[in-house]
Design a binder for this molecule. Structure first.
Ligand SMILES: [Fe+2]
Length: 289
């Protein structure tokens, strides 16, 4: 009875998370290659909801790379030491809190609101994070809807930022914590770059505020003091919980998000000594405009 066999795409369910953005995907078997209709439905969901939570069994690095490729081209990672074996596209991110209270610097920096890779001329379109080991409590990853933030900004602030460019770098004194040290080759690959403060999403046409507490150093053409106070004002506005959704991790979850219209951060509040290990991929983006 071939006409009763459900296709992959028929089984797929896109369930909005309810907070204005984000959706949970059910009915997807990530262990088999997705057919074209399923890939198109997932891409549509990614653009419509900005954040996708996709539960399932833990994936191998190769499965993680193939799943990520549904949403775009998976790019090699800058920090060599995080690469998994001989697979340059998949990073192993360990954010375990050590018993002495220290952890990987990337994990500590991730406590502040940011969008991935904005220090690059072509920042990542999206990020996929996949939980392999999760502490018994804490470690929620938070997302901030930057379409919503921009739309809600007072007109007086919109007038001050529309058309402005901002300088992003690998590090800025504005960030609370210093990033992982780079090798000479990695430094050469990461000079400062300029991005618009307000960007238009190339696939949806919607406008989003594009800022990053860890990488955005200053607004071009403004005195440092004015730039700092305007950035502080923008960050304070984006900190309002009405723009946020928190994801509480289950082992096997893959979370896919759009860096062009979301910021994210993590609560580093989990018990020391309990492993927190994720696989991560980044999707090739386009020049912010
Ligand atoms: Fe991040």
């Amino acid at each position: 009875m071939p006409d009763t066999v459900m296709s992959q795409a028929d089984r797929l369910r896109v369930i909005p998370l309810g907070g204005g953005f984000g959706a949970r995907i059910e009915g997807l078997d990530r262990s088999v290659p997705a057919d074209e209709a399923t890939r198109a439905a997932l891409m549509r969901a990614f653009l419509d909801h900005q954040l996708l939570v996709v539960p399932g069994a833990p994936m191998t690095p190769a499965q993680m790379r193939d799943f990520s490729a549904i949403f775009g081209e998976v790019v090699p990672q800058v920090l060599r030491y995080k690469r998994v074996g001989d697979m340059p596209e998949v990073s192993r991110m360990e954010s375990t809190l050590k018993l002495d209270g220290t952890t990987d610097k990337t994990a500590i920096r991730a406590e502040d609101w940011h969008t991935d890779d904005s220090y690059m001329a072509i920042p990542a379109r999206g990020t996929v994070l996949h939980a392999h080991e999760i502490p018994s409590r804490g470690g929620v990853t938070w997302f901030c809807d930057m379409y919503g933030v921009y739309a809600a900004l007072p007109d007086a602030i919109k007038r001050r930022i529309d058309g402005r460019m901002a300088v992003h770098g690998y590090d800025t004194p504005r960030a609370r914590n210093r990033p992982s040290p780079r090798t000479a080759q990695e430094i050469a690959e990461t000079p400062d770059v300029l991005h618009p403060l307000v960007r238009t999403h190339p696939q949806t046409g919607r406008k989003a505020l594009y800022v990053n507490a860890n990488r955005l150093d200053r607004i071009e053409g403004m005195e440092r003091a004015e730039s700092d106070s305007l950035l502080d004002e923008l960050y304070a506005f984006a900190k309002q919980p009405r723009f946020h959704h928190g994801h509480r991790w289950t082992v096997g979850d893959a979370v896919v998000w759009d860096n062009r219209c979301l910021m994210h951060r993590v609560d580093v509040d989990y018990p020391p000594g309990e492993p927190r290990i994720m696989l991560r991929t980044l999707l090739r983006g386009e020049k912010p405009a």
